[in-house]
Design a protein around this ligand. Sequence first.
Ligand SMILES: *Cc1c(COP(=O)(O)O)cnc(C)c1O
Length: 365
Amino acid sequence: MKIPANKLSPQFFKYQKEYEEKALKVLRSGYYVLGEEVNLFEKEFADFVGTKHCVGLASGLDALWISFRLLGIGKGDEVIVQSNAYIASVMGITINGATPIFVEPDEFFGLDPLKISEKITSKTKAILVVHLYGNPCDMEKITFIAKKHKLYLIEDCAQAHGATISNKQVGTFGDIGCFSFYPSKNLGAFGEAGAITTNSEELAQKFKVFRNYGSEKRYHNMVVGTNSRLDEMQAGLLRVKLSHLKELNEERISVCKKYSEKIKNPLIKLPKFQQNFSSVFHQFVIRTNHRAKLIEFLEENEIGSLIHYPIPPHLSEAYGYLNHKKGDFPIAENFSDTVLSLPLFNGISDDEIDYICRKINEFKV
Ligand SMILES: *Cc1c(COP(=O)(O)O)cnc(C)c1O
């Protein structure tokens, strides 16, 4: 049995007819950028998340860097972010010239609320939480800290469309929620796309102007903006997928429940979750001190796996200029050395899951 770590085609074929009808409709409409599909998607996604506004953008990275730009956070400012973040989260901060201040994650892979306060200085302007692998960060505690210190709170929800804490969705806790619809995400487009969610009318309006060269009225440019427009094809196809997102997420959750129940090997640590926190399982991430051997063993058995992520941002070449060294963030570094994402995608079969679990349980060193 050959099982890749990820496979995107089954979830297309599951709703093939709807996608193809929508694609044809857009092709025939004569409107290809920022039209009715985008308007409707923004409305439906805001309703889904539970915010007043959503603004469609060209990518998740755009959602992040434009957020910091519009909040006026740049050179000389500091932004707190977890040390096991995805590199794009950190780039969202540094594109504007601000400095990322890394804080170690807790045992659930989220920003550790107990370690934030000691890193806050007079230069701190915001906290960026990353709901990694689909699991929410501890937003009750983090919201409290952000309010207390009057800091902006930005949520990177790129892996967590639909994740909740006590039924409240990520993307509603902070000032801005940043989403990516890169094809492999839980709500994935068929190309590049992103969005922000916010309850601020003023901010939403600023995003709409900024994404379109800083113009609200054609050829009247109010600010130096960018081109980060969402196109009609992606918006239309996203509307189709959004209408099925609940069942797609539920499928992922049920796959991961099986993983959690069936994997019983003392060499493997299963992911842990807090009460009332509902992950949408962008990834199912196990940890092991024998990762290289496990990857090799899985490969021998034709099972794919991925590492999210092998190098923590503070040790990446791109951030050499921050002068961090190995040992600065031991928890994130340990995660980078031990995490492994098992195959997880819509359309994975029970037989495939059983096979993976059986093989993992056979693994020894
Ligand atoms: C995918 C991702 C991004 C970037 O989104 P793009 O659409 O690829 O620009 C940012 N943060 C996290 C956590 C992501 O997973």
